[in-house]
Design a protein around this ligand. Structure first.
Ligand code: PMV
Length: 322
């Protein structure tokens, strides 16, 4: 807590992330392109006499993590990072619209927004670097050895390109204001580790063909960057279809994902693909705004949960309420 500062009431919000291109290939030296998407975790924080109380509206759980923790140990870890030693008292209320377990980085967005709100109550300068690092501490508890893409995208926003060992690069893009991204949750639970293993062993068995596919996946990312810079949504959609075809060929699709991308395309989406680990989880579809409601409705009728959000939205933001 900054010396001499009167504790503040603050609100913070942080977006979800989506991998647009390069998932799996990124594990084998390729690049991945991720974007912030307009689905948010919002956190309200206010000063408290004593204790550090976390309430999740979504989970219906309230816990004081000032001395010990059971449910929100990950967030406590982020708060310790922010406080750099002695935690200051506060009440933190989390309200997130990001579906859990759908590959959208909901835990990172919650950690980013909660860290930002907590830092703000303590009178600290809230920077994307600070809250991204704090959220990464939380992510390590939740996911073991995360790449860091979820907390980075949520904190900085926009579009990010990353390659293992090289870190993250922000991408400047043209306007994509005429399109929206639909996230189609299949409801099929999947294990990222299992999908990564399956993909990796097929890549090995394929030998030189696997290496050709890796190069192709790289060309798709390169082309996608051009399309993004030009604001060419039609080209981007086409590339999504091709990227999905490659991931399917590598064995990480699923009947429900195939159904989702097929219905989305048949309903007029510009393109659709699985996102993240695959074998379940979510698909994404790029859709012109005026068609979005029809495409979403057709998917919902078949039992899919559908969310929509703008691409490349701003990262974490904080408002001081008093
Ligand atoms: O489904 P997600 O958001 O956990 O993404 C997994 C992305 C992979 O490329 C399959 C794995 C990784 O660590 O990059």
């Amino acid at each position: 807590m900054r010396e001499g500062i009167r504790p503040l009431k603050c609100r913070a919000k942080a977006p979800a992330k989506v991998i647009l291109f390069g998932e799996h290939w990124v594990v084998h030296g390729g690049r991945a392109l991720a974007s912030a998407i307009g689905l948010y975790s919002s956190v309200y924080a206010e000063p408290l006499g004593e204790g550090l109380v976390v309430e999740s509206r979504n989970l219906g759980v309230v816990e004081d993590v000032s001395k010990s923790c059971r449910v929100f140990c990950n967030l406590r870890r982020s708060f310790e990072y922010i406080a750099d030693g002695v935690l200051w008292p506060a009440r933190i209320t989390v309200d997130s619209e990001i579906p859990v377990g759908a590959g959208l980085g909901s835990s990172a967005a919650v950690a980013v927004s909660a860290s930002a709100a907590y830092a703000c109550v303590g009178g600290l300068d809230v920077t994307p670097e600070l809250v991204s690092n704090a959220a990464y501490e939380s992510e390590k508890l939740v996911h073991g050895t995360p790449s860091g893409v979820d907390n980075t995208v949520s904190a900085f926003g926009g579009f990010l390109l990353y390659r293992r060992g090289e870190g993250f690069k922000a991408i400047r893009v043209g306007s994509l204001s005429d399109v929206t991204l639909l996230v189609i949750d299949t409801g099929v639970t999947r294990s990222t580790a299992k999908a990564v293993n399956l993909f990796t062993s097929r890549l090995k068995r394929l030998g030189s063909i696997g290496q050709d596919l890796l190069r192709l996946a790289e060309s798709i990312v390169e082309e996608a960057l051009h399309a993004l810079r030009k604001g060419d949504a039609v080209r981007l959609g086409e590339l999504m279809d091709v990227a999905h075809g490659l991931l399917n060929a590598m064995g990480v699709s699923h009947t429900e994902l195939e159904r989702a991308v097929h219905i989305a395309r048949a309903s007029g989406a510009l393109g659709a693909k699985l996102t993240g680990a695959g074998m379940g989880g979510s698909a994404i579809a790029l859709v012109e705004k005026e068609r979005a409601a029809t495409v979403a409705e057709n998917l919902r009728r078949l039992g899919f949960q559908v969310y929509s959000g703008a691409l490349g939205v701003q990262g974490v933001s904080v408002t001081v309420l008093e």
